[in-house]
Design a binder for this molecule. Structure first.
Ligand SMILES: [Zn+2]
Ligand SMILES: [Zn+2]
Length: 754
């Protein structure tokens, strides 16, 4: 027992000592699973290997780590680890800027970031962490690509991309500045490009249907549920079948069931399965081909400029029988998916803009209506729906969530396991030939796609006919890697080299999945939505058949970001908070506690130094108060009982402790760390108050008073463990407890070290 603890709070010394002890006893290794022990796989977000940990990471991981430590302290088996999201444009740009290969750049960044995270004392199992750019890991992307291709969920299509003729390369949106290339400042062109797409539409309705279950579970917070609803973009309305005079039928949807009489046109998505029935004129066919190459992206397009094709044909209005022009436009995709809709300008601002472009007569367009579906209070005229009931309208649902492109014309990504053969066309690389290796010595400069210039990579043999073939030189977008990034932490490092079918059959992996809680930033909605889609696909294909509901996360917490002076932090604004500086000045416990204390996870954390100072003062006081209480010699002779005048105070103290434990436990279970921290601080005030009141009655604490105070301090220290783990463990040891095991949560009698 270290009797020689310094009386003044010295976080640097304490934290170095605790971290060395954790390393020595491998404290956060994922335990072997034992029968009957509750298990929780807590999934933190996968950071980009951006070079440095920023204060937003500190916030995110402080929440997840507090939860991980809390559940361990209650005796649960915990898996807490993550992989670095190491492919993609930011890494490529970082490597270009520093003149090294992306693979060197990301491994340097990852080890620096790991060092920073270890210095912060986060309890990750580092033996299970990985980089998505390791060949052993990106074969997961290739395997998944082949699985989804085989199931018809990956397909090839055409899309438009930004292209720089000078640099001979496609550009990401962020590389186009005011229509100019970021690198050479020449104008950017839009070109058509063959792309690989992920078909999500078949699983979108299930993602929708499962939302109710997720909500009922009580462990999906409001913000994460809202993000799933937003990405889904569900619209409720009606559909009805319209028939042209020549007999061609079309099912049209509208969210405005009460306004069928005000329909002025019909719009069909260029991806609608029956769209061909509406184009006969060669000029229209040509326009459609052109448009199809541009309309497949997920983002909502601007209604004032989006292409419209007039098919020259009409369908009768469902209410009045008047002929309505039939248009083809990708504006439908961005709002309703690959369907056909009624254009009702009087109720919808986008429809009004389109009607205006077509020069259609619109009575009384109501600007305020926009996309409101059910508000109907101030309509002057009686609804005309009676006339439409005859043509069989029925309730229907449409979704905004759409297929999206997964390939990029860049070198720093997972090679797509496809070869092109003159005889056989596009041929998938057989599973047993994976991984298709990415050359590690690529050095992108921003010019061209260096992978396409590597003949040693490109030249290959066709797996179909054995003839000469060329490899696909597009790589997978890192969004595709994210589709599986939540799984490999469940695989011990020693099992990582197995074939993937064997990995998915591992008993351990099956026990850890689904993840009990995802803790991630509120901008992760799209990632989570697509992970939920693909886990359902893998359930039906087989590898995740043991997840009956196809949900990767049983629970989910989305937190907001850290801002300063009400604005997003950026180097440009000079308002960035540097975690390294804070660490050097105050230590990890203070920085972590401050990010939890300052705001609810669901609110933006507006950074202030006063929260840091407040938390630092609090920890210093806990430290000094605890050591003083330990040292204090109680007054009186235990053999000769004095008159007990403080019993009621001791009783009150123990009631306060019990209430604080109960409340804090509930808050920790629901990841309300902000309230939990405040309750622990309040308990400390009670402890100080107890001492003050006792000393107002007698010169010193009696043995019973001291015992009560020490016991209460023990409870406080236990509850501080998830937030300020270094200080908490150091004091726990000073109070005479074992150091070689996890500090238990109050009320948990013993934790057997595994
Ligand atoms: Zn350029
Ligand atoms: Zn071939």
């Amino acid at each position: 027992m270290p009797e020689q603890l310094p009386k003044r709070y010295d976080p640097q010394t304490i934290e170095a000592r605790r971290q060395a002890a954790w390393r020595a006893r491998d404290a956060f290794r994922t335990p072997e699973l034992t029968e009957g022990q509750p298990r929780k796989y807590i999934k933190p977000s996968a950071p980009f290997t951006s070079g440095n940990i920023h204060i937003g990471h500190v916030r995110s991981y402080s929440i997840g780590d507090a939860y991980a430590r809390f559940t361990r302290a209650r005796g649960d088996a915990v898996l807490f680890s993550f992989g670095f999201d190491a492919f993609g444009l930011p890494a490529e740009l970082g490597a270009i800027a520093s003149g090294e290969s992306p693979s060197d750049w990301v491994s340097r960044c990852a080890s620096h970031m790991q060092g920073q995270l270890e210095r912060l004392g986060f309890s990750f199992d580092w033996s299970r962490s990985f980089l998505s750019s390791d060949a052993l890991m990106y074969r997961w992307s290739q395997w998944l690509f082949l699985m989804l291709l085989d199931a018809g969920l990956v397909y090839q299509g055409t899309g438009t991309v930004d292209w720089c003729e000078t640099c001979q390369t496609t550009l990401a949106t962020i590389q186009v500045e005011d229509g100019l290339c970021w690198r050479c400042h020449n104008p950017v062109q839009l070109i058509q490009q063959t792309q690989w797409y992920l078909r999500i539409s078949s699983y979108v309705p299930e993602n929708d249907a499962r939302l109710e279950e997720l909500e009922r579970s009580g462990i999906w917070d409001e913000s994460s549920l809202a993000s799933q609803r937003f990405v889904l973009g569900r619209l409720d309305g009606v559909e009805l079948d319209l028939r042209a005079p020549d007999g061609v039928a079309l099912t049209v949807f509208t969210p405005h069931a009460d306004a069928l009489g005000e329909a002025r046109f019909i719009a069909i998505s260029p991806r609608h399965p029956d769209v061909e029935h509406w184009v006969a004129d060669p000029a229209v066919i040509e326009q459609l081909e052109e448009l199809r190459s541009g309309g497949l992206e997920r983002d909502l397009r601007d209604a004032e400029q989006i292409p419209l094709i007039d098919t020259g044909r009409t369908l009768p209005s469902p209410a009045t029988g008047e002929p309505l022009p039939v248009l083809i436009s990708p504006v439908v995709d961005g709002r309703f998916g690959a369907t056909a809709v009624l254009g009702i300008p009087a109720h919808d601002r986008t429809d009004a803009l389109i009607a205006g472009r077509l020069g259609l007569q619109v009575d009384n367009p109501d600007e305020d209506r926009d996309m409101d579906v059910n508000e109907d209070e101030n309509k002057g005229e009686p609804p005309i729906e009676d006339r439409s009931s005859g043509i069989g309208q029925r309730p229907a649902v449409r979704y905004r969530a759409n297929d999206f492109s997964i390939s990029r014309q860049r070198s720093w990504g997972t090679p797509i396991p496809i070869v092109y053969c003159e005889q056989c066309g596009a041929v998938p690389v057989p599973q047993e030939q994976l991984p298709v290796l990415l050359p590690l010595d690529l050095k992108p400069t921003g010019l061209g796609n260096p992978l396409a210039e590597r003949e040693d990579f490109v030249q290959t043999v066709c797996p179909g006919c054995g003839g000469p073939a060329r490899r696909e030189t597009d790589t997978l977008d890192c969004h595709f890697d994210a589709l599986w990034l939540w799984v490999p932490a469940c695989v011990p490092a020693s099992e990582r080299e197995r074939p993937l079918e064997e990995i998915f059959a591992l008993e351990d992996l099956r026990q850890w999945l689904p993840s009990e809680r995802l803790v991630a930033g509120s901008d992760s909605g799209n990632f989570v939505f697509d992970q939920r889609i693909v886990s359902k696909a893998l359930r039906d294909i087989g590898p995740l058949a043991f997840l009956a509901d196809g949900e990767p996360f049983a629970g989910c917490l989305f937190h907001e970001m850290v801002i300063r002076d009400g604005r997003k932090m950026s180097k440009h604004l000079g308002n960035v908070v540097d975690p390294d500086e804070l660490l050097a000045k105050y230590g990890a416990d203070t920085v972590r506690l401050a990010t939890l204390y300052a705001a609810r996870p669901q609110r933006s954390l507006n950074w202030s130094d006063s929260a840091v100072l407040r938390c630092h003062r609090f920890l210093a006081q806990v430290w000094e108060f605890s050591l003083r209480a330990l040292d204090a010699t109680p007054a009186g002779d235990p053999g000769e009982p004095a008159k007990d005048t403080t019993e009621h105070l001791r009783l009150k103290l123990s009631t306060w402790c019990a209430a604080a434990v109960e409340r804090t436990t509930e808050e920790m279970e629901s990841l309300e760390m902000h309230s939990a921290v405040r309750d622990v601080m309040r308990l400390f005030d009670r402890l100080k108050d107890f001492e003050k009141r006792v000393l107002a009655r007698q010169d010193a604490l009696s043995p019973a008073d001291r015992e009560a105070l020490i016991e209460a301090l023990g409870v406080l220290i236990q509850m501080l463990g998830p937030f300020a783990p270094h200080l908490s463990e150091e004091l726990w040891i000073a109070f005479g407890h074992e150091a070689d095991t996890q500090t238990p949560w109050p009320g948990v009698s013993s934790l057997t070290p595994v």
